[in-house]
Write a protein that binds this ligand. Structure first.
Ligand code: SF4
Ligand code: SF4
Length: 354
């Protein structure tokens, strides 16, 4: 296992970390498959990862990750606690709420979280999170009170991560990316504000959907060139732990065209890298629409279609009447965005009512 610096925290983290969603039992609305291992099995899987060099474990409160937080706490009792780093998170944006959640997480884990993230921050709630008395202020206080080790912001949005990167109260950022959805990683790599912040990467397998067109060594090797601290992989079985931690995969370079070319063997993907530079004045989240199209074809049919329904027809109406098409000005993949949206509409019309 290789290790990387976690920003300016002084901690060294394993290049690959343990994402605990797949070890939860029960029915929590998250993406990956459930394996529902019992406590003993879950602890044994985490121990196996530990024995192979993993020292970073990421979880969230029970409303988000079911009983994973409790299982991680059980595991932490079985080893030298100082040898692992526990990151936890909650989707609460007010200061009082996140303060309460940190105390509850500490009780659930039976130990202090090393890192606590405000989870799923988007543009809508960012002012509350970053503002006076918001969740970030509270995390900063909790750090000074030594109730957590470090503060974090987790988001799927570059704009939010960039705001976090510029904020001195934030130690660590958590965002998404993989060899297909690499646009945000490309931006982070060249943006100075991110230097000195720890960066935890998730969705390396795109919720498992890229396994098939690509092998695990390709998906892991393909992201190693990016300057993250630790890449989280969701682990729910012993064999997944073996795949993730059992080998030191060599870095491999895939151009974006290589990746799209490989996907083309199965379907005609929308060649969007999710750089999030396409700002639509009507507020359409273009990159999410394109993600749903690709995810549909990669095997998440019903989930993808369900999410598409929310905004698509309104978007299409606006696009047809839109003359300046400002969304295309900075598209890093030079996509004709309205035409691609039309393709998504075609998919929605064919499958939306099923
Ligand atoms: S073409 Fe116009 S309406 Fe459509 S996504 Fe782009 S900016 Fe928005
Ligand atoms: S449509 Fe273009 S600008 Fe928008 S996220 Fe995709 S690649 Fe980036």
């Amino acid at each position: 296992m290789r290790y990387r610096e976690l920003g300016m925290t002084g901690l060294k983290v394993s290049e690959i970390g343990f994402g605990t969603i797949p070890i939860l039992s029960g029915n929590v609305p998250v993406l990956p498959k459930f394996f529902s291992p019992d406590n003993e099995t879950a602890v044994a899987i985490m121990k196996k990862a530990y024995d192979m060099g993993c020292n970073f474990y990421d979880t969230a409160i029970p409303e988000e990750y079911g009983d994973a937080e409790f299982k991680l706490g059980e595991f932490a009792k079985t080893i030298d606690r100082n040898k692992i780093i526990i990151s936890d998170k909650a989707r609460f944006y007010g200061g009082g709420e996140i303060y309460r959640e940190v105390l509850r997480s500490t009780e659930n884990l039976g130990t202090k979280p090393d890192i606590y993230f405000v989870h799923q921050v988007d543009d809508e709630c960012a002012d509350e999170v970053f503002g006076k008395g918001g969740a970030l202020d509270a995390l900063y206080d909790l750090k000074r009170e030594e109730k957590i080790g470090f503060t974090g912001i987790a988001s799927h949005y570059y704009s939010v991560l960039y705001r976090g990167a510029k904020d001195r109260r934030v130690d660590i950022l958590q965002g998404s990316g993989n060899i297909l959805e690499r646009g945000m990683l490309d931006r982070i790599r060249t943006e100075e504000a991110f230097c000195g912040k720890g960066f935890i990467l998730n969705k390396v397998y795109a919720a498992g959907l890229l396994i098939g067109p690509f092998t695990v060594p390709e998906l892991i090797g393909g992201i190693l060139e990016y300057p993250f601290s630790c890449a989280l992989l969701g682990i729910g079985t012993f064999s997944q732990a073996d795949d993730a931690f059992g080998a030191e995969y060599p870095p491999v370079h895939f151009s974006f065209e290589d990746v799209v070319g490989r996907l083309k063997k199965g379907f005609d993907p929308i060649g969007c890298d999710r750089c999030e530079k396409c700002i639509c004045p009507y507020g359409h989240e273009i990159h999410t629409t394109f993600r749903q199209y690709n995810y549909f074809h990669l095997g998440k049919e019903y989930w993808a279609i369900g999410k598409l329904g929310m905004d698509l027809e309104k978007t299409y109406k606006h696009c047809r009447a839109c003359n300046d098409r400002v969304c295309m000005n900075e598209c890093s993949r030079h996509l004709c965005i309205p035409e691609e949206i039309e393709r998504v509409i075609g998919l929605f019309e064919a499958y939306g009512d099923r």
